[in-house]
Design a protein around this ligand. Structure first.
Ligand code: ADP
Ligand code: MG
Length: 436
């Protein structure tokens, strides 16, 4: 069976959204032109002389397939010219580079808070400007998807999109600046200060809240690219999901999944989705479990610098998650043993449920969130002395920690590096592949 995803018509990129084929478990292939618009948000930011960032009022209005014109004009987003963003980022100077993802380079910039016109560096409001790599069609599609979703979804755990630029071939996005960057950088970048346990839990909770919001929306959204580099942190380590380029509308009616092209990031993508192209919110739950493992272990979802048998974090960590007495062996040594045993074990149990092979048996994000919130209770936060660590090193009968058995990791590339990330790179083979 050939499955296709919704794509934008290559012949009329600027106006047309076409479902070539979208199959689901119960529905069959359809082909339709987009038509619906969203009257409640029909106001273009570009026509406003004074513009302020929308408040954090939650909004659950979600995209139905719409034309590019409808998406751009109905969102309350500022339309920037390329010249504006060039000026705001000081000509995309390399020393303003904040990060690099699969589809774009992200630069720091400054704009006036009221008018949103470019301002002098250091004055006005700091923003993050994502400039798409010139990748043609796929890049354009992800850019538009991001405008579509982030233009309509507002929540304290989703990054705020301020505006966009569609000027000639240039496609850019302007976001609120997240001063502490991505979770990936904190966990894996060389020289980064280790994140204490309490912050890890806070980040996990914030990210779970963001995902829950998407999954429980009236029109469900599957995020599809949940990973450490897409979790951004504000000055107080509140987590916000960014990068909605792969987001997808969830199934409707009685359907449990949509079938679509396999996209995502190796190491984070759920096995059933990679194998069959069947996508449900439970694929996000799997990816969430992988990020929990990264928070617990300080290891990347996929690390090519390790022995073959230890490259995949899920495979490596799974045997240690169930048993309290074994868990310490995979805990991040950068925590220095400073974590509550009970709390860590509870997080490990949640992670284990999330990475279960049976998608249906994985918990809903709302359940995960509830459990994690309970762990903020002081009774879970007594940091036990490092009894286990000592035992591990002093007793010959306790097997060595698999963490310690590792050769020291090779240079890890973070998303801030101009070099391609090892584990964080999107699934290149799958991005263009159709599923058969
Ligand atoms: N709003 C922001 N504030 C600060 N840093 C950001 C922001 N947005 C992105 N970044 C940095 O840029 C990296 C890539 O951004 P992302 O949106 O994931 O791009 P891509 O779509 O190419 O994957 C992030 O991992 C992060 O380090
Ligand atoms: Mg990204």
């Amino acid at each position: 069976m050939q499955l296709y995803v919704c794509i934008f018509c290559p012949l009329c990129l600027h106006t047309c959204l076409v479902f070539i084929h979208e199959t689901s478990d119960q529905s069959k292939v359809g082909s339709k032109s987009s038509s619906s618009s969203n009257p409640s948000t029909a106001k273009t930011g570009s026509t406003r002389s004074s513009w302020t960032v929308p408040s954090y009022k939650e909004s659950r209005e979600l995209p139905t397939p719409r034309t590019e014109g409808e998406i751009l004009s109905s969102s309350n987003l500022k339309a920037f010219s390329f010249g504006d963003l060039k000026a705001a980022s000081r000509n995309f100077r390399s020393d303003s580079l904040l990060g690099e993802g699969g589809f774009g380079y992200v630069f720091k910039g400054w704009i006036d808070e009221q008018t949103l016109a470019p301002s002098k560096p250091g004055s006005g409001m700091v923003v993050a400007i994502k400039k798409l790599k010139p990748e043609g069609f796929q890049g354009h599609k992800e850019w538009l998807t991001e405008v579509d979703y982030l233009g309509q979804l507002h929540h304290q755990n989703l990054v705020k999109l301020i505006g966009y630029c569609s000027d000639g071939d240039n496609r850019l996005l302007v976001y609120e600046f997240m001063p502490k960057g991505s979770l990936e950088n904190h966990l894996f970048r060389r020289g980064a200060d280790p994140l204490p346990w309490g912050i890890r839990l806070k980040v996990a909770i914030g990210a779970a809240r963001g995902l829950s919001f998407l999954h429980d929306a009236e029109n469900q959204v599957i995020y599809r690219d949940f990973k450490a580099s897409n979790i951004l942190l504000d000055s107080e380590f509140n987590a916000k999901l960014s990068d909605f380029g792969l987001a997808k509308a969830g199934p409707t009616g009685d359907r449990t999944h949509v079938s679509t092209q396999v996209m995502g990031t190796r190491g984070y993508a759920a096995p059933e989705y990679v194998a069959t192209g069947r996508l449900s919110v439970k694929a996000d739950v799997y990816s969430y479990g992988v990020v929990l493992l990264e928070l617990l272990t300080g290891r990347r979802a996929l690390d090519k610098s390790k022995l073959a048998s230890e490259q995949n974090l899920v495979d490596w960590a799974r045997p240690y998650l169930r048993d309290k007495r074994r868990l310490y062996r995979v805990m991040d040594s950068k925590l220095g043993g400073q974590y509550p045993k009970k709390g860590a074990h509870a997080v490990a149990s949640i992670a284990l449920q999330c990475i279960g092979n049976d998608a249906k048996a994985r918990p809903a994000m709302s359940e995960v969130l509830e459990k994690l919130e309970q762990l903020q209770d002081p009774k879970y936060n007594v940091t036990a002395p490092q009894v286990d660590t000592k035992r591990a090193s002093s007793s010959g009968s306790v097997p060595r920690s698999p963490m310690k058995a590792q050769p020291s990791p090779r240079r890890l590339s973070g998303s801030g590096s101009p070099l391609p990330a090892v584990a964080g790179s999107p699934l290149p083979a799958c991005r263009t592949a159709q599923v058969h």
